[in-house]
Write a new protein. Structure first.
Length: 227
């Protein structure tokens, strides 16, 4: 993949924006609905399955910031204290981030400043976005997991890399083993991809894997638990 991704803004079926990467022929989110996918896969099936009041979340693929923003809004709604760590190799430029309509689609304009704060937060530092949500962004290549040094262990993991056929280096046994080691006991990992080979690799890593109904346009997703 190139060191910088060229993207085009698109509108998905639920009215929310996504980005299209022409040279990969790939979208950052489901064209059936970016917000629907984010909330279903990562908030409803991932974050809300965790009953802790203080939650360490790891996201693989910061991307547009939609999952982080959805999580920040959920922390405001539930009062959960969320410490959010996100890895990304290709940070989105602030001009592109300002075009995205997630604040307008998900909430009132007052939250738009929080969405931009997610993108403007410096990399490699822990930043308080709201009293219930802190963000630590790491610019790193997770396809080389042996080079990733993270001391925190996580209660919830969002695995949101590009699809296996577009970014196969992110869907390997070595990576899933690393994710298992980063997960707390009773922790949960969710991903939109339910391919059989992916499910079997998560199981080989040590996770208990369940297939769950997917969002519009996707039959199934995976939820993986570390028991």
């Amino acid at each position: 993949m190139d060191s910088e991704l060229q993207t085009k803004l698109i509108t998905t079926d639920d009215g929310s924006h996504s980005l299209f990467v022409p040279h990969l022929n790939e979208h950052y989110h489901s064209t059936h609905g970016a917000i629907q996918e984010s909330r279903h896969v990562f908030i409803n099936m991932g974050l809300n399955a965790c009953k802790l009041q203080q939650v360490n979340v790891l996201e693989i693929g910061f991307g547009t910031g939609l999952n982080a923003f959805s999580t920040q809004l959920e922390s405001k709604e539930t009062g959960k204290q969320i410490h959010y760590t996100s890895l990304e190799l290709y940070p989105l430029d602030i001009k592109s981030a300002k075009q995205l309509n997630y604040a307008q689609q998900l909430t009132d304009e007052d939250e738009a400043s929080h969405f931009l704060a997610l993108h403007e937060a410096p990399w490699g530092e822990t930043v308080e976005i709201t009293p219930t949500f802190t963000l630590h962004k790491i610019e790193a290549d997770f396809s080389k997991p042996d080079n990733i040094n993270i001391n925190t262990r996580f209660d919830v993991i969002y695995f949101d890399a590009f699809a296996p056929e577009k970014q196969p280096e992110m869907w390997t046994q070595q990576i899933f083993n690393k994710l298992f080691s980063l997960c707390n006991k009773n922790g949960t990992l969710t991903t939109y991809c339910a391919k059989g080979i992916v499910r079997r690799m998560f199981e080989s890593a040590g996770f208990i894997v369940e297939r769950l109904p997917g969002p519009p346009g996707k039959r199934e997703i995976l939820r993986c638990r570390k028991m």
